[in-house]
Design a protein around this ligand. Structure first.
Ligand SMILES: *[C@@H]1O[C@H](CO)[C@@H](O)[C@H](O)[C@H]1NC(C)=O
Ligand SMILES: *[C@@H]1O[C@H](CO)[C@@H](O)[C@H](O)[C@H]1NC(C)=O
Ligand SMILES: *[C@@H]1O[C@H](CO)[C@@H](O)[C@H](O)[C@H]1NC(C)=O
Ligand SMILES: *[C@@H]1O[C@H](CO)[C@@H](O)[C@H](O)[C@H]1NC(C)=O
Length: 571
């Protein structure tokens, strides 16, 4: 507390001094001490009070129960669905609260081995590996909950696919792969977070949804004020402005400015990230090169040799693969795999698009992109790649949008707009702050209309119920759109894996992303929407994970996307 005050003291002094200077400058025209001056003084006072207010760590745990489903009650079906979704992503609790670091899972003393190792496999067969986790003292772990990722790859063929990890909750994990191409295939298993770290992430998700916070500026004539905003704010100590969306009922609040009214809000910005969220012991569970995304080594060989079925080098015929794997129970089948750095999908032929064929494909079409920066990458990729697709200058802030591009010769329209709050963008003006569901309601739709959205990353700091509610609104809007214009193509780009360090993990861990992604896939299952599986496409690739995947991965996402917009016509 004293530490904080000491840090704020220079700022306090500065503000007091500038207040005096302000007064001195205005003292000559004291009769003009009008509303403006009062408001400026008030602003000053407010800044002083916020500067001195210890930030949220001292406010303690926020009570979220009133934030999750505020006014609208869920229907019985929705309650059932939510239970099912939460069950789907349930993660085992640790038997011991706050264990010492030495007892936490260590990638260095853990290992995996290939179970059904043989001299030779053929394409389409399954491979199974078993992971045995140990702690830093070499003792075998007796419980599960570690977050592992696995992939199988052939570096010289630029080929890769993900494996499925099954937690046996006793320190053992099975990993299942399908061998989808011929060659020498190498198995990799990575410890993303030990179970002890996942417990911390679970706690933060429920107790500290304010660990990323937001701000808005309120402006009227020459006075302005900035206050904190979030999906949920403790209302006990200050009045709130209620910016709950009237159409969807999505909640959003800001602290009311001292002098200005709530309807003077002009923008929304990312406020910042709370620090000092962890205890000293918890910090040890989040160390780069120790227990964040560290490979687990193989006992014995980590390679297998796979022979082709038809001497083509890789399987090309899905039905052949299905026949082959029919007799064995397939424990897992990935959405696709890379071969020569090109994505091969199990849901249809993926074409390789060049600039000419993209233009042909999009001729006469309107493409609406909605969501976070990972779908903005599609806009950037297409406008950079297609010289005839001219971006119109809307004077939108860089990286924020909205963005618009047209190719008037080929009658192509491409739009991008970010999703509504919570969004951690630099500055979105209030007039451009829109919810995807409401935007979808404004689209007529039709056979030449394509809608693609992605929404995940900015929800990772909130309880999953918040995400479920958002997706329900979007799902309803998708159903309305498909009801009035059944030929409209709807595409969802899923979450992707990203680079993690100790700090970033607390806000953006892949563990949060995967939980949300599981919910999303389930909620849109069977709805005739296309998924672009960015999760598999980042985890299967050899390039390091990044929030914004590198160009080769974006190219493959675009190829998958366009292969659904312009499928190969069968005779
Ligand atoms: C949170 O608030 C709800 C009602 O607003 C109340 O019923 C509940 O007891 C509170 N929980 C805690 C832990 O304070
Ligand atoms: C905010 O407004 C919505 C409707 O506009 C209302 O249902 C909700 O109860 C309000 N919340 C608070 C905390 O005032
Ligand atoms: C672009 O792709 C199409 C179809 O795949 C192909 O016919 C054409 O030759 C390619 N054009 C260029 C310039 O590579
Ligand atoms: C497509 O790209 C090639 C080279 O990559 C270039 O020569 C050609 O002009 C481009 N065509 C169009 C229509 O942009």
């Amino acid at each position: 507390m004293w530490n904080k005050l000491a840090r704020c003291a220079p700022l306090f002094l500065f503000l007091v001094l500038s207040g005096f200077i302000f007064l001195l400058r205005n003292i000559g025209s004291i009769e003009n001490l009008n509303l403006k001056t009062v408001s400026a003084l008030n602003q000053l006072q407010y800044q002083i009070s916020t500067a001195l207010q210890p930030r949220s760590p001292l406010l303690g745990v926020r009570n979220l129960s009133q934030c999750i489903y505020p006014s609208q009650d869920q229907s019985p079906d929705e309650i059932t669905e939510e239970k099912l979704l939460l069950g789907l992503i349930a993660w085992p609790d640790s038997p011991q609260r706050n264990p010492p670091f030495q007892r936490s899972s260590s990638p260095f003393s853990s290992s995996f081995f290939i179970l059904n190792s043989r001299i030779q496999f053929t394409v389409g067969e399954q491979l199974e590996a078993l992971v045995r986790m140990h702690d830093f003292q070499g003792r075998p772990k007796q419980h599960g909950g570690d977050f592992l990722l696995a992939r199988i790859h052939s570096p010289e063929l630029k080929a890769g696919a993900i494996g499925k990890v099954v937690d046996h909750q006793n320190g053992f994990y099975s990993v299942y792969f399908v061998l989808l191409w011929a060659g020498v295939l190498q198995v990799s298993v990575t410890l993303v977070h030990p179970s002890e770290a996942v417990q911390v992430l679970k706690r933060l998700r429920e107790e500290r949804p304010d660990r990323v916070y937001f701000k808005s500026t309120f402006r009227s004539a020459r006075s302005f004020e900035t206050t904190e905003c979030n999906l949920c704010l403790p209302s006990s100590h200050r009045p709130l402005c209620n910016f709950t969306d009237p159409h969807t009922g999505e909640p959003w609040f800001c602290y009311k400015p001292r002098m200005l009214s709530c309807n003077t809000r002009v923008d929304h910005t990312k406020g910042g990230y709370l620090k000092h969220l962890l205890t000293g012991r918890e910090r040890l569970f989040f160390q780069s090169n120790v227990n964040i995304k560290v490979p687990i080594l193989a006992l014995g060989s980590d390679e297998v040799t796979v022979e082709s079925l038809d001497n083509e080098g890789k399987y090309t015929d899905q039905s052949k693969l299905e026949r082959r794997t029919h007799h064995n129970t397939v424990k897992f089948s990935p959405a696709g795999f890379y071969y020569q750095d090109a994505w091969v999908s199990n849901t249809g032929l993926i074409q390789q698009f060049n600039n000419t064929s993209i233009t042909e494909c999009l001729q006469g079409k309107a493409v609406h992109l909605f969501g976070d920066s990972t779908v903005r990458q599609w806009f950037e990729y297409l406008t950079e790649f297609l010289p005839d697709l001219m971006q119109i200058n809307l004077n939108s802030p860089k990286n924020v949008g909205p963005f618009l591009a047209v190719d008037s010769e080929h009658n192509i329209l491409l739009k991008y707009r970010c999703h509504g709050p919570p969004i951690r963008f630099s500055k979105v003006s209030t007039s451009e702050l829109r919810y995807i569901a409401n935007e979808l309601d404004d689209i007529t739709g039709g056979k030449d209309v394509v809608v693609a959205f992605t929404i995940w990353s900015h929800f990772s700091t909130f309880p999953v119920e918040v995400y479920i509610r958002r997706l329900r609104h979007i799902r309803r809007a998708v159903l309305r759109l498909r009801a009035r214009a059944p030929e409209t193509l709807v595409v969802i780009r899923t979450a992707n894996a990203q680079a993690l360090d100790p700090e970033y993990s607390l806000y953006n861990s892949d563990w949060f992303s995967l939980q949300l992604d599981t919910v999303l896939r389930h909620m849109f299952r069977g709805l005739d929407v296309v998924l672009v599986d960015a999760w598999e496409m980042t985890v299967a690739h050899s390039l390091p994970h990044a929030l914004h995947p590198p160009p080769v991965i974006v190219k493959n996402q675009i190829d998958v996307f366009l292969s659904h917009v312009c499928p190969v016509k069968h005779k």
